[in-house]
Write a protein that binds this ligand. Structure first.
Ligand code: A2P
Length: 270
């Protein structure tokens, strides 16, 4: 049993490795290329990128050069948050798939319900329009599953009322102290896989004294306890690092957290 090779099964039967390698904020070129190569060498088989990260070309090249069969790797990318019309969504998909150059995707996500410069603004109609393109791409086999990111319950409900396919996954910011309980419970109820980005709160958890105490007792690092916490909650962690030793460390999480430790972690940040 290994967190790297174990899988979650999404509502459409597609399996997805339980830990993904996140590439947000890793610049295109040698940094993205080298870190994805390292992740694949260490054993990650799930890579998460986005058109907006600007690194799809390097990610695609790293996957190809790894020599690992394409069908052994789960690949996610995202349609930019700013795209809220059908033509824009089709163009974004073509750009991503030609940048990656790896054939059909495994998971394609709407990056956010609103553009990043207008967080919270109402794009319900636009999201429905984009989602209908996603349904087409899914029907055509150009992506094996489709989902959303940064969606809350209202955003998910508005899609559900006007479209056919329930998102297979929702990728949200999720870490100890930021467990998005309402959205997470809704997703569980609708069989939508929850993926957690920034499982280390982009590094902020690393000097948390409470997590450190638990980590020390278990002979683990704060990063490992924080990542393990998501797995214990059936949330798929997407840790990001450009440092080879940390890339390895973050996937070495085959241990359990006791009910007591979980309760202590649940209480943090509340
Ligand atoms: P770096 O990329 O320089 O290794 P998140 O996954 O929550 O977005 O957090 C990513 C941040 O945490 C990055 O700054 C990354 O630094 C750092 N980081 C990732 N893994 C570890 C680790 N195991 N130990 C310490 N810092 C880490």
């Amino acid at each position: 049993m290994s967190a790297l090779t174990d899988t979650f099964t999404m509502s459409n039967g597609v399996t997805i490795p339980k830990i993904g390698f996140g590439t947000w904020q890793i610049p295109n070129g040698s940094e993205a290329y080298d870190s994805v190569r390292t992740a694949l060498e260490v054993g990650y088989r799930h890579i998460d990128t986005a058109l907006a990260y600007g690194n799809e070309e390097s990610v695609g090249r790293a996957v190809k050069d790894s020599g690992i069969d394409r069908d052994e790797i789960f690949l996610t990318t995202k349609c930019p948050a700013e795209v809220k019309d059908a033509d824009g969504a089709r163009r974004a998909f073509e750009r991503s798939t030609s940048g990656l150059d790896l054939g059909p995707l495994d998971l394609y996500l709407i990056h956010a319900p609103w553009p990043w410069d207008a967080i919270g603004s109402d794009h319900r109609a636009g999201n429905i329009e984009v989602w209908k393109v996603f349904e087409e791409l899914y029907d055509q086999g150009r992506t094996r599953s489709i989902g959303v990111s940064n969606f809350e319950v209202d955003d998910l409900e508005s899609l559900a009322g006007a479209t056919d396919v329930v998102p297979h996954a929702n990728q949200i910011r999720w870490f100890v102290g930021n467990t998005q309980d309402e959205t997470t419970a809704y997703c569980r109820d609708k069989d939508i896989l929850v993926e957690g980005y920034s499982p280390l709160a982009t590094g902020e958890l690393l000097d948390d004294a409470d997590i450190a105490r638990i980590a020390q007792r278990l002979g683990r690092s704060v990063a490992q306890v924080s990542i393990r916490y998501l797995l214990e909650k059936d949330v798929l962690p997407l840790p990001k690092s450009t440092t080879p030793s940390r890339i390895r460390e973050n996937a070495d999480v085959d241990f359990s957290l006791s009910a007591e430790d979980l309760a202590a972690l649940d209480a943090l940040g509340r």
